[in-house]
Design a protein around this ligand. Structure first.
Ligand code: 7TS
Length: 415
Protein backbone atom coordinates (compact mmCIF):
# COMPACT_ATOMS: atom_id res chain seq x y z
CA UNK A 1 0.00 0.00 0.00
CA UNK A 2 2.74 2.37 1.09
CA UNK A 3 4.74 1.63 -2.04
CA UNK A 4 1.73 2.26 -4.26
CA UNK A 5 1.09 5.54 -2.45
CA UNK A 6 4.74 6.60 -2.92
CA UNK A 7 4.54 5.68 -6.58
CA UNK A 8 1.43 7.80 -7.05
CA UNK A 9 3.09 10.76 -5.34
CA UNK A 10 6.19 10.34 -7.49
CA UNK A 11 4.02 10.25 -10.58
CA UNK A 12 2.10 13.36 -9.72
CA UNK A 13 5.42 15.15 -9.18
CA UNK A 14 6.39 14.18 -12.71
CA UNK A 15 3.05 15.28 -14.13
CA UNK A 16 3.50 18.66 -12.43
CA UNK A 17 6.81 19.19 -14.22
CA UNK A 18 4.92 20.24 -17.34
CA UNK A 19 4.69 23.77 -15.96
CA UNK A 20 8.50 23.99 -16.04
CA UNK A 21 8.57 23.82 -19.85
CA UNK A 22 7.68 27.22 -21.34
CA UNK A 23 7.42 25.90 -24.93
CA UNK A 24 4.57 23.60 -23.94
CA UNK A 25 2.43 26.53 -22.88
CA UNK A 26 1.43 27.90 -26.27
CA UNK A 27 -1.25 27.63 -28.91
CA UNK A 28 -0.37 26.18 -32.29
CA UNK A 29 -2.82 26.67 -35.15
CA UNK A 30 -5.45 27.84 -32.70
CA UNK A 31 -5.16 24.86 -30.33
CA UNK A 32 -3.17 24.33 -27.18
CA UNK A 33 0.01 22.52 -28.18
CA UNK A 34 0.23 18.76 -27.65
CA UNK A 35 3.88 17.84 -28.11
CA UNK A 36 4.34 14.18 -28.99
CA UNK A 37 7.68 14.36 -30.78
CA UNK A 38 10.16 14.14 -27.92
CA UNK A 39 11.99 11.19 -29.49
CA UNK A 40 13.13 13.61 -32.19
CA UNK A 41 13.93 16.41 -29.75
CA UNK A 42 12.58 17.11 -26.30
CA UNK A 43 11.57 20.53 -24.97
CA UNK A 44 13.73 22.26 -22.37
CA UNK A 45 12.73 23.28 -18.85
CA UNK A 46 13.38 26.83 -17.60
CA UNK A 47 16.14 25.43 -15.39
CA UNK A 48 18.13 24.56 -18.53
CA UNK A 49 17.33 27.76 -20.42
CA UNK A 50 18.17 29.89 -17.35
CA UNK A 51 21.43 28.06 -16.63
CA UNK A 52 22.63 28.75 -20.16
CA UNK A 53 21.48 32.38 -20.07
CA UNK A 54 23.21 32.90 -16.72
CA UNK A 55 26.41 31.39 -18.03
CA UNK A 56 26.32 33.49 -21.22
CA UNK A 57 25.45 36.68 -19.30
CA UNK A 58 28.02 36.36 -16.50
CA UNK A 59 30.64 33.65 -16.84
CA UNK A 60 31.47 33.14 -20.48
CA UNK A 61 35.12 32.77 -21.47
CA UNK A 62 37.16 29.95 -22.97
CA UNK A 63 37.80 26.90 -20.80
CA UNK A 64 41.02 25.28 -19.55
CA UNK A 65 43.31 28.11 -20.62
CA UNK A 66 42.76 31.41 -18.89
CA UNK A 67 44.30 32.79 -15.73
CA UNK A 68 41.50 35.30 -15.43
CA UNK A 69 38.36 34.95 -13.33
CA UNK A 70 35.84 34.42 -16.11
CA UNK A 71 37.91 31.63 -17.64
CA UNK A 72 38.08 29.96 -14.22
CA UNK A 73 34.32 30.31 -13.83
CA UNK A 74 33.70 28.91 -17.32
CA UNK A 75 36.04 25.99 -16.59
CA UNK A 76 34.31 25.30 -13.27
CA UNK A 77 30.88 25.36 -14.92
CA UNK A 78 32.02 23.07 -17.74
CA UNK A 79 33.80 20.58 -15.48
CA UNK A 80 31.01 20.80 -12.92
CA UNK A 81 28.62 19.62 -15.65
CA UNK A 82 30.96 16.74 -16.39
CA UNK A 83 30.77 15.61 -12.79
CA UNK A 84 26.97 15.90 -12.84
CA UNK A 85 26.84 13.71 -15.95
CA UNK A 86 29.23 11.24 -14.34
CA UNK A 87 26.91 10.94 -11.35
CA UNK A 88 23.82 10.81 -13.56
CA UNK A 89 25.02 7.66 -15.35
CA UNK A 90 27.07 6.41 -12.38
CA UNK A 91 30.39 6.35 -14.25
CA UNK A 92 33.41 5.62 -12.06
CA UNK A 93 35.32 8.75 -13.04
CA UNK A 94 34.97 12.00 -14.97
CA UNK A 95 37.77 10.65 -17.23
CA UNK A 96 35.10 8.38 -18.66
CA UNK A 97 32.74 11.19 -19.65
CA UNK A 98 33.65 12.68 -23.04
CA UNK A 99 31.56 15.61 -24.24
CA UNK A 100 30.54 15.35 -27.89
CA UNK A 101 28.01 17.05 -30.14
CA UNK A 102 25.57 14.16 -29.65
CA UNK A 103 24.95 10.46 -30.08
CA UNK A 104 26.00 10.58 -33.72
CA UNK A 105 29.42 11.99 -32.92
CA UNK A 106 29.86 9.64 -29.96
CA UNK A 107 29.29 6.62 -32.19
CA UNK A 108 31.54 7.93 -34.95
CA UNK A 109 34.26 8.49 -32.35
CA UNK A 110 34.14 4.83 -31.32
CA UNK A 111 34.01 3.67 -34.94
CA UNK A 112 37.07 5.67 -35.94
CA UNK A 113 39.15 5.57 -32.78
CA UNK A 114 38.30 2.21 -31.21
CA UNK A 115 37.41 0.09 -34.25
CA UNK A 116 39.38 1.44 -37.17
CA UNK A 117 42.84 0.65 -35.74
CA UNK A 118 41.67 -2.78 -34.56
CA UNK A 119 39.71 -4.12 -37.52
CA UNK A 120 41.32 -6.46 -40.06
CA UNK A 121 39.77 -7.98 -43.16
CA UNK A 122 37.52 -10.82 -42.02
CA UNK A 123 36.69 -9.17 -38.70
CA UNK A 124 33.04 -8.32 -37.98
CA UNK A 125 31.03 -5.57 -36.38
CA UNK A 126 27.60 -6.68 -35.17
CA UNK A 127 24.46 -4.50 -35.12
CA UNK A 128 20.73 -5.27 -35.14
CA UNK A 129 17.98 -4.63 -37.67
CA UNK A 130 16.27 -2.00 -35.50
CA UNK A 131 19.10 0.54 -35.31
CA UNK A 132 18.91 4.24 -36.13
CA UNK A 133 21.09 5.20 -39.11
CA UNK A 134 23.53 6.79 -36.63
CA UNK A 135 24.23 3.28 -35.35
CA UNK A 136 24.56 1.76 -38.83
CA UNK A 137 26.39 4.14 -41.17
CA UNK A 138 29.50 4.78 -38.98
CA UNK A 139 30.01 0.99 -38.90
CA UNK A 140 29.51 0.68 -42.66
CA UNK A 141 32.15 3.37 -43.14
CA UNK A 142 34.69 1.74 -40.86
CA UNK A 143 34.03 -1.67 -42.43
CA UNK A 144 34.70 -0.20 -45.86
CA UNK A 145 37.90 1.40 -44.57
CA UNK A 146 39.23 -1.82 -43.05
CA UNK A 147 37.74 -4.71 -45.05
CA UNK A 148 35.69 -5.84 -42.07
CA UNK A 149 32.09 -7.03 -42.44
CA UNK A 150 28.89 -5.70 -40.87
CA UNK A 151 26.60 -8.39 -39.44
CA UNK A 152 22.94 -7.69 -38.73
CA UNK A 153 20.93 -9.55 -36.11
CA UNK A 154 17.27 -10.01 -37.16
CA UNK A 155 14.08 -8.70 -35.55
CA UNK A 156 10.60 -10.24 -35.41
CA UNK A 157 7.14 -8.92 -36.31
CA UNK A 158 6.71 -7.32 -32.90
CA UNK A 159 9.92 -5.36 -33.43
CA UNK A 160 11.99 -7.34 -30.95
CA UNK A 161 15.57 -8.43 -31.56
CA UNK A 162 15.73 -12.21 -32.01
CA UNK A 163 18.07 -12.97 -29.14
CA UNK A 164 19.01 -16.51 -30.13
CA UNK A 165 19.98 -15.30 -33.59
CA UNK A 166 21.91 -12.39 -32.07
CA UNK A 167 23.87 -14.71 -29.81
CA UNK A 168 24.51 -17.14 -32.68
CA UNK A 169 26.17 -14.28 -34.61
CA UNK A 170 28.59 -13.57 -31.75
CA UNK A 171 31.57 -15.41 -33.21
CA UNK A 172 35.20 -14.92 -32.23
CA UNK A 173 35.56 -12.63 -35.27
CA UNK A 174 33.16 -10.04 -33.84
CA UNK A 175 35.12 -7.03 -32.56
CA UNK A 176 32.17 -4.97 -31.32
CA UNK A 177 28.42 -5.20 -30.79
CA UNK A 178 26.62 -1.87 -31.30
CA UNK A 179 22.99 -1.93 -30.15
CA UNK A 180 20.25 0.52 -29.22
CA UNK A 181 19.02 0.66 -25.65
CA UNK A 182 15.60 1.70 -26.98
CA UNK A 183 14.49 1.74 -30.63
CA UNK A 184 13.41 5.21 -31.78
CA UNK A 185 11.11 3.82 -34.49
CA UNK A 186 9.56 0.88 -32.63
CA UNK A 187 9.90 1.76 -28.97
CA UNK A 188 11.39 -1.65 -28.18
CA UNK A 189 13.47 -1.71 -25.00
CA UNK A 190 16.27 -4.17 -25.61
CA UNK A 191 17.33 -6.34 -22.66
CA UNK A 192 20.80 -4.82 -22.89
CA UNK A 193 22.04 -6.00 -19.50
CA UNK A 194 21.54 -9.61 -20.53
CA UNK A 195 22.85 -8.95 -24.05
CA UNK A 196 26.00 -7.28 -22.70
CA UNK A 197 26.64 -10.25 -20.40
CA UNK A 198 26.27 -12.66 -23.34
CA UNK A 199 28.65 -10.57 -25.46
CA UNK A 200 31.20 -10.30 -22.66
CA UNK A 201 31.09 -14.06 -22.15
CA UNK A 202 32.46 -14.19 -25.71
CA UNK A 203 34.94 -11.31 -25.16
CA UNK A 204 32.95 -8.93 -27.36
CA UNK A 205 32.85 -5.29 -26.23
CA UNK A 206 29.50 -3.51 -26.46
CA UNK A 207 28.50 0.01 -27.45
CA UNK A 208 24.98 1.00 -26.40
CA UNK A 209 23.20 3.69 -28.40
CA UNK A 210 21.39 5.28 -25.48
CA UNK A 211 19.82 8.23 -27.30
CA UNK A 212 16.32 6.99 -26.40
CA UNK A 213 17.31 5.35 -23.12
CA UNK A 214 18.78 8.09 -20.95
CA UNK A 215 15.78 10.47 -21.09
CA UNK A 216 13.29 7.82 -19.95
CA UNK A 217 14.90 5.39 -17.49
CA UNK A 218 17.70 5.32 -14.98
CA UNK A 219 20.94 4.29 -16.62
CA UNK A 220 23.78 2.94 -14.52
CA UNK A 221 26.72 2.22 -16.81
CA UNK A 222 28.54 0.24 -14.14
CA UNK A 223 25.57 -1.95 -13.44
CA UNK A 224 25.02 -2.51 -17.18
CA UNK A 225 28.76 -3.10 -17.58
CA UNK A 226 28.62 -1.60 -21.09
CA UNK A 227 31.93 -0.62 -22.65
CA UNK A 228 30.57 2.48 -24.36
CA UNK A 229 27.27 4.33 -23.92
CA UNK A 230 26.33 7.17 -26.29
CA UNK A 231 23.60 9.77 -25.80
CA UNK A 232 22.40 13.23 -26.85
CA UNK A 233 21.62 16.32 -24.78
CA UNK A 234 18.62 17.45 -26.80
CA UNK A 235 16.64 14.26 -26.19
CA UNK A 236 17.13 14.54 -22.42
CA UNK A 237 15.72 18.07 -22.15
CA UNK A 238 19.06 19.76 -22.76
CA UNK A 239 20.30 21.78 -25.73
CA UNK A 240 21.13 20.55 -29.23
CA UNK A 241 24.78 20.13 -30.18
CA UNK A 242 25.64 18.40 -26.91
CA UNK A 243 26.06 14.79 -25.96
CA UNK A 244 28.21 12.29 -24.15
CA UNK A 245 30.32 9.32 -24.95
CA UNK A 246 30.80 7.21 -21.85
CA UNK A 247 33.65 4.74 -22.22
CA UNK A 248 35.46 2.48 -19.78
CA UNK A 249 38.67 4.23 -18.83
CA UNK A 250 41.01 1.41 -19.90
CA UNK A 251 39.44 1.36 -23.37
CA UNK A 252 39.42 5.15 -23.84
CA UNK A 253 42.98 5.32 -22.59
CA UNK A 254 44.21 2.91 -25.24
CA UNK A 255 42.37 4.70 -28.07
CA UNK A 256 44.08 7.28 -30.30
CA UNK A 257 42.58 10.77 -30.54
CA UNK A 258 39.72 11.17 -32.96
CA UNK A 259 40.26 14.81 -33.89
CA UNK A 260 43.39 16.94 -33.58
CA UNK A 261 43.55 20.51 -32.33
CA UNK A 262 43.81 22.71 -29.27
CA UNK A 263 43.08 21.40 -25.78
CA UNK A 264 43.62 17.74 -26.72
CA UNK A 265 47.42 18.01 -26.47
CA UNK A 266 49.97 18.45 -23.68
CA UNK A 267 52.84 19.47 -25.93
CA UNK A 268 53.22 20.04 -29.65
CA UNK A 269 56.38 20.28 -31.68
CA UNK A 270 57.14 19.38 -35.27
CA UNK A 271 59.06 16.36 -34.05
CA UNK A 272 56.00 15.01 -32.27
CA UNK A 273 52.97 15.72 -30.16
CA UNK A 274 52.02 14.44 -26.72
CA UNK A 275 48.30 14.01 -26.26
CA UNK A 276 46.39 15.28 -23.26
CA UNK A 277 44.97 12.97 -20.61
CA UNK A 278 41.39 11.69 -20.59
CA UNK A 279 38.85 12.92 -21.35
CA UNK A 280 40.46 16.00 -22.96
CA UNK A 281 42.28 13.83 -25.51
CA UNK A 282 38.91 13.50 -27.26
CA UNK A 283 37.77 17.11 -26.95
CA UNK A 284 39.78 19.04 -29.55
CA UNK A 285 39.04 22.73 -29.99
CA UNK A 286 36.79 25.07 -28.03
CA UNK A 287 33.80 23.01 -26.94
CA UNK A 288 30.11 23.95 -26.77
CA UNK A 289 30.55 25.41 -23.29
CA UNK A 290 27.12 26.93 -22.73
CA UNK A 291 25.53 23.83 -24.24
CA UNK A 292 27.36 21.63 -21.77
CA UNK A 293 26.25 23.92 -18.94
CA UNK A 294 22.68 23.38 -20.16
CA UNK A 295 23.23 19.64 -20.40
CA UNK A 296 24.45 19.58 -16.80
CA UNK A 297 21.35 21.52 -15.74
CA UNK A 298 19.16 19.02 -17.63
CA UNK A 299 20.75 16.08 -15.80
CA UNK A 300 20.27 17.86 -12.46
CA UNK A 301 16.67 18.55 -13.36
CA UNK A 302 16.07 14.88 -14.14
CA UNK A 303 17.77 13.89 -10.89
CA UNK A 304 15.47 16.22 -8.98
CA UNK A 305 12.41 14.52 -10.50
CA UNK A 306 13.84 11.02 -10.11
CA UNK A 307 14.29 8.67 -13.04
CA UNK A 308 12.23 5.96 -11.32
CA UNK A 309 9.31 8.38 -11.20
CA UNK A 310 9.82 9.30 -14.85
CA UNK A 311 9.90 5.64 -15.82
CA UNK A 312 6.78 4.65 -13.94
CA UNK A 313 4.77 7.69 -15.16
CA UNK A 314 5.76 7.12 -18.78
CA UNK A 315 4.97 3.44 -18.48
CA UNK A 316 1.37 4.24 -17.45
CA UNK A 317 1.05 6.82 -20.21
CA UNK A 318 2.47 4.42 -22.74
CA UNK A 319 0.02 1.64 -21.82
CA UNK A 320 -2.83 4.13 -22.05
CA UNK A 321 -1.61 5.36 -25.46
CA UNK A 322 -1.32 1.84 -26.86
CA UNK A 323 -4.80 0.96 -25.57
CA UNK A 324 -6.42 4.11 -26.95
CA UNK A 325 -4.69 3.84 -30.33
CA UNK A 326 -5.63 0.17 -30.73
CA UNK A 327 -9.26 1.03 -30.17
CA UNK A 328 -9.33 3.15 -33.35
CA UNK A 329 -10.64 1.21 -36.37
CA UNK A 330 -8.17 0.64 -39.24
CA UNK A 331 -5.27 1.28 -36.90
CA UNK A 332 -2.07 -0.68 -37.51
CA UNK A 333 0.48 -0.42 -34.72
CA UNK A 334 4.08 -0.91 -35.82
CA UNK A 335 6.23 -1.98 -32.88
CA UNK A 336 4.41 -4.14 -30.34
CA UNK A 337 7.30 -5.53 -28.31
CA UNK A 338 6.53 -6.98 -24.88
CA UNK A 339 8.90 -4.49 -23.27
CA UNK A 340 8.30 -1.03 -24.72
CA UNK A 341 9.02 2.63 -24.08
CA UNK A 342 6.62 5.49 -24.83
CA UNK A 343 7.15 5.50 -28.57
CA UNK A 344 4.38 4.30 -30.88
CA UNK A 345 4.65 4.08 -34.65
CA UNK A 346 1.40 3.50 -36.54
CA UNK A 347 -0.47 3.63 -39.82
CA UNK A 348 -4.11 4.64 -40.05
CA UNK A 349 -6.02 3.01 -42.92
CA UNK A 350 -4.34 4.04 -46.14
CA UNK A 351 -3.78 7.65 -45.07
CA UNK A 352 -0.23 8.68 -45.92
CA UNK A 353 1.70 9.40 -42.71
CA UNK A 354 2.68 12.89 -43.94
CA UNK A 355 -0.99 13.76 -44.53
CA UNK A 356 -1.80 12.47 -41.07
CA UNK A 357 0.99 14.56 -39.56
CA UNK A 358 -0.27 17.67 -41.33
CA UNK A 359 -3.89 17.17 -40.25
CA UNK A 360 -2.75 16.61 -36.67
CA UNK A 361 -0.60 19.75 -36.80
CA UNK A 362 -3.68 21.75 -37.82
CA UNK A 363 -5.16 20.58 -34.52
CA UNK A 364 -2.07 21.53 -32.53
CA UNK A 365 -0.82 17.95 -32.18
CA UNK A 366 2.88 17.50 -33.04
CA UNK A 367 3.99 14.03 -34.12
CA UNK A 368 6.74 12.86 -36.44
CA UNK A 369 6.19 11.07 -39.75
CA UNK A 370 8.53 9.30 -42.14
CA UNK A 371 11.20 6.63 -41.81
CA UNK A 372 12.61 8.05 -38.54
CA UNK A 373 16.19 7.47 -39.78
CA UNK A 374 15.55 3.75 -39.45
CA UNK A 375 14.98 2.73 -43.07
CA UNK A 376 15.91 -0.94 -42.45
CA UNK A 377 13.02 -1.11 -39.95
CA UNK A 378 10.62 0.26 -42.56
CA UNK A 379 11.98 -2.18 -45.11
CA UNK A 380 11.38 -5.06 -42.66
CA UNK A 381 7.71 -4.08 -42.28
CA UNK A 382 7.39 -3.40 -46.01
CA UNK A 383 6.29 0.22 -45.54
CA UNK A 384 7.86 3.55 -46.56
CA UNK A 385 7.26 5.17 -43.20
CA UNK A 386 4.96 5.60 -40.24
CA UNK A 387 3.35 8.24 -38.08
CA UNK A 388 5.00 8.23 -34.65
CA UNK A 389 3.86 9.62 -31.33
CA UNK A 390 6.60 9.76 -28.70
CA UNK A 391 6.11 10.58 -25.04
CA UNK A 392 8.21 12.35 -22.47
CA UNK A 393 7.71 12.92 -18.76
CA UNK A 394 5.78 16.17 -19.35
CA UNK A 395 2.99 14.47 -21.31
CA UNK A 396 -0.29 13.46 -19.71
CA UNK A 397 -3.46 11.46 -20.39
CA UNK A 398 -5.16 14.50 -21.89
CA UNK A 399 -2.42 14.73 -24.56
CA UNK A 400 -3.22 11.17 -25.60
CA UNK A 401 -6.96 11.87 -25.71
CA UNK A 402 -6.22 14.89 -27.93
CA UNK A 403 -4.09 12.68 -30.21
CA UNK A 404 -6.88 10.13 -30.52
CA UNK A 405 -9.51 12.81 -31.16
CA UNK A 406 -7.31 14.34 -33.87
CA UNK A 407 -6.85 10.92 -35.49
CA UNK A 408 -10.62 10.39 -35.50
CA UNK A 409 -11.00 13.71 -37.32
CA UNK A 410 -8.33 12.66 -39.84
CA UNK A 411 -10.29 9.47 -40.45
CA UNK A 412 -13.47 11.43 -41.11
CA UNK A 413 -11.66 13.74 -43.54
CA UNK A 414 -10.35 10.76 -45.51
CA UNK A 415 -13.52 8.65 -45.28
N1 7TS B 1 20.22 6.87 -32.03
C1 7TS B 1 18.90 6.85 -31.80
C2 7TS B 1 18.28 5.62 -31.19
C3 7TS B 1 18.14 7.98 -32.07
O1 7TS B 1 16.84 7.96 -31.80
C4 7TS B 1 18.76 9.12 -32.63
C5 7TS B 1 17.95 10.33 -33.04
C6 7TS B 1 20.14 9.09 -32.84
C7 7TS B 1 20.84 7.94 -32.54
C8 7TS B 1 20.89 10.27 -33.33
O2 7TS B 1 20.90 11.28 -32.38
P1 7TS B 1 21.54 12.70 -32.67
O3 7TS B 1 21.17 13.51 -31.49
O4 7TS B 1 23.01 12.50 -32.80
O5 7TS B 1 20.93 13.18 -33.95
N2 7TS B 1 16.60 10.05 -33.32
C9 7TS B 1 15.72 10.86 -33.94
C10 7TS B 1 14.37 10.53 -34.08
O6 7TS B 1 13.87 9.51 -33.68
N3 7TS B 1 13.74 11.53 -34.72
O7 7TS B 1 14.64 12.48 -34.99
C11 7TS B 1 15.87 12.08 -34.50
Amino acid sequence: MKQAQQRKEGQSAVAACRADFPALDQDVNGHHLVYLDSAASAQQPSAVIDAMAHYESHDHANVHRGVHTLSHRATDAYEGARDTLRRFINAASTSEVVFTSGTTESINLVAQSFCRPNLDPGDKVLVTHLEHHANIVPWQLVCEQTGAELLVAPINDKGEVELDALYALMSDKVRLLAIAHVSNALGTINPIREIIAEAHARDIPVLVDGAQGVPHMSVDVRDLDCDFYAFSGHKMFGPTGTGVLYGKEALLDAMPPYKGGGDMILEVSFSGTTFNELPYKFEAGTPNISGVVGLGAAAQYLESIGMQNVESWESELSDYMTGRLSSIGDMRLIGTAAHKAGVQSFLLGDIHPHDLGTILDHQGVAIRTGHHCAMPVMEYFGIPGTARASLAMYNNFDDIDRLVAALEIAKEIFA
